[in-house]
Ligand binder design. Structure first.
Ligand code: AMP
Length: 395
C-alpha cells in the first residue's frame, strides 16, 4: 500500500472513494460526521495540487435513480465545509462525466452522483463490475480509497477500481485500520465489548469471534430479546429474530464454557407500542408482559454495563441500547455513552448508527477516543473477515 502522505499528486486526477452515506431527514443532513471525516484526505489532495473526483454512495437505491437518495445535499454541505465550490455531476452518462473530470483544474473538487444509482456498482457479476470500474478508471490517474464504511462491500468503486489504478489508502481508512488493529492485536486488558442495535443476525459472527478474545461482553438494544428468548424468557412483543435463536443458544453455552463475563439486562423499559409517545414502564427482565415490548435497558442494567466499561482498559461499543430516537427510551444509550467517554484506556464508538446516536444525545466527538465511521465494516473486521476494499488497497 502506498502512503497517501508521500504520494505526489500534483497535476494528477485523483478518484477519491469516500463514505458520504449520511442520515437525511426530508432532504436535510441530520449528522454530517462522515463528510467531516473525509476532509483530511480531500484537503491534502487539494493542497497537493490534484483535481479530485469523489465517488460515494447514499443508502440502498438498488441500481435505480431515486431522487431522495441524490448526493446533491452532500455536495452543498461539502462545499460549506471546504469553503470552496464543489461541482456536482448529476448525470451518469460516461461522456459527460468524462468531460467534467477532464475540465477539472488543480485543486477543484467534483462529486459524482450516487454511484449505486448504477446497478453495475453493486453487481454480483464480476465482469459487470469490472466494466464499470474501467469506466471510472478512465476519469483518473490515481485511486485513493477512503470510504471506510463501504470497505466490506465487493463493489466496483471499492474493490475493482483500485485494482486498475495506482492506489493508496486515505487518511480515514488508515486511522480506522490503526484503531481496529489495536482492538484485535493484543488489546490492553480488561477488554470489553458492548453490543446493541436492532439486528442480532448481523452480530452473531462478531460475537462468536470475540468470545475467546474479550473479558466482558455486554448486550442490550433490540437484539438482546433474541438472547432472552433463547434463555426461555417471555419477551412480549419485543423485537426477535426467531431463526437466530439456535445460534444465540450456542453462543450462550460457549460463553459459559469460556468463562466470559457475559452481561445481559436485568431490567427493561417496556412500552405498549413502538411510538415516540408510548408511556414507559420499568419491569424486571423476568416480568415482561405478553402485550408489551422492550424499548430500552433499565437503570440497573445500564449501571451494571457502565460499571463493566469502567473496569476495562479497552472498550468497543456498537449499537444503541434502546430506541434512542425516542427520548423516553434513550437513557440506557446515554449512560453507556457517558461511561465510554470516561474510559481510562481506549474507548471506541463503532459505527454510523452509534456515532449518530452519541451526537444526537449531545456528546461531542472529542468526548471519545475514537468514533468509527463504519458500523458494518468495523464489525466485519472484528469478526476476522477479509474486507474487499482493504484487500484491494493491499492492507
Ligand atoms: P443497528 O442498525 O442494528 O445498529 O440498529 C440501530 C437501531 O436499533 C436504532 O435505530 C434503534 O432505534 C434500534 N433499537 C435499539 N433498541 C431497540 C429495541 N429495544 N427495539 C427496537 N429497536 C431498537
Amino acid at each position: 500500500m502506498s502512503d497517501l502522505a508521500t504520494l505526489d499528486v500534483s497535476g494528477k486526477k485523483v478518484f477519491l472513494r469516500c463514505d458520504m452515506n449520511v442520515p437525511l431527514k426530508n432532504g436535510t443532513i441530520t449528522d454530517d460526521g462522515r463528510i467531516r471525516a473525509s476532509l483530511p484526505s480531500i484537503n491534502f489532495l487539494r493542497k497537493g495540487g490534484a483535481s479530485i473526483i469523489i465517488g460515494a454512495h447514499l443508502g440502498r437505491p438498488k441500481g435505480e435513480i431515486k431522487p431522495e437518495l441524490s448526493l446533491a445535499p452532500v455536495a452543498k454541505r461539502l462545499s460549506e465545509l471546504l469553503s470552496c465550490p464543489v461541482k456536482f455531476h448529476s448525470a451518469l452518462e460516461e461522456e459527460e462525466v468524462a468531460r467534467s473530470s477532464q475540465e477539472l483544474a488543480s485543486g477543484e473538487v467534483l462529486l459524482l452522483e450516487n454511484l449505486r444509482f448504477n446497478p453495475a456498482e453493486t453487481s454480483k457479476d464480476d465482469d459487470v463490475r469490472a466494466n464499470f470500474a474501467q469506466v471510472l478508471a478512465s476519469y483518473a490517474d490515481i485511486y485513493v480509497g477512503d470510504g471506510f464504511g463501504a470497505v466490506h462491500r465487493k463493489h466496483a468503486s471499492v474493490y475493482d477500481l483500485p485494482l486498475l489504478l495506482p492506489h493508496a489508502a486515505g487518511f480515514l481508512i488508515s486511522a480506522e485500520v490503526q484503531i481496529l488493529k489495536k482492538l484485535t492485536q493484543n488489546p490492553e486488558r480488561p477488554y470489553g465489548v458492548i453490543l446493541g442495535g436492532a439486528k442480532v443476525s448481523d452480530k452473531i459472527g462478531v460475537i462468536s469471534n470475540l468470545l475467546d478474545k474479550v473479558n466482558i461482553l455486554a448486550i442490550g438494544g433490540g437484539m438482546v430479546f433474541t438472547f432472552l428468548a433463547a434463555q426461555g424468557k417471555e419477551i412480549g412483543t419485543s423485537l426477535v429474530e426467531v431463526d437466530s435463536i439456535p445460534a444465540v443458544k450456542a453462543l450462550l453455552e460457549r460463553a459459559q464454557t469460556l468463562g466470559v463475563d457475559l452481561r445481559l439486562p436485568t431490567d427493561i423499559v417496556i412500552a405498549p407500542a413502538f411510538s415516540v409517545d408510548a408511556p414507559p414502564t420499568l419491569v424486571g427482565v423476568d416480568s415482561i408482559p405478553r402485550d408489551q415490548m422492550g424499548l430500552d435497558i433499565g437503570p440497573e442494567s445500564a449501571s451494571n454495563f457502565a460499571a463493566a466499561i469502567r473496569l476495562c482498559r479497552t472498550v468497543f461499543w456498537n449499537g444503541p441500547m434502546g430506541v434512542f430516537e425516542f427520548p423516553n427510551y434513550a437513557t440506557g444509550t446515554k449512560v453507556i455513552a457517558q461511561a465510554l467517554s470516561e474510559v481510562s484506556g481506549i474507548g471506541v464508538v463503532g459505527g454510523g448508527d452509534s456515532a449518530a446516536a452519541v451526537r444526537t444525545l449531545g456528546f461531542a466527538d472529542s468526548d471519545f477516543d475514537y468514533i468509527s465511521t463504519g458500523g458494518g465494516a468495523s464489525l466485519e473486521y472484528l469478526e476476522g473477515k477479509e474486507l474487499p476494499g482493504l484487500k484491494a488497497l493491499d492492507i
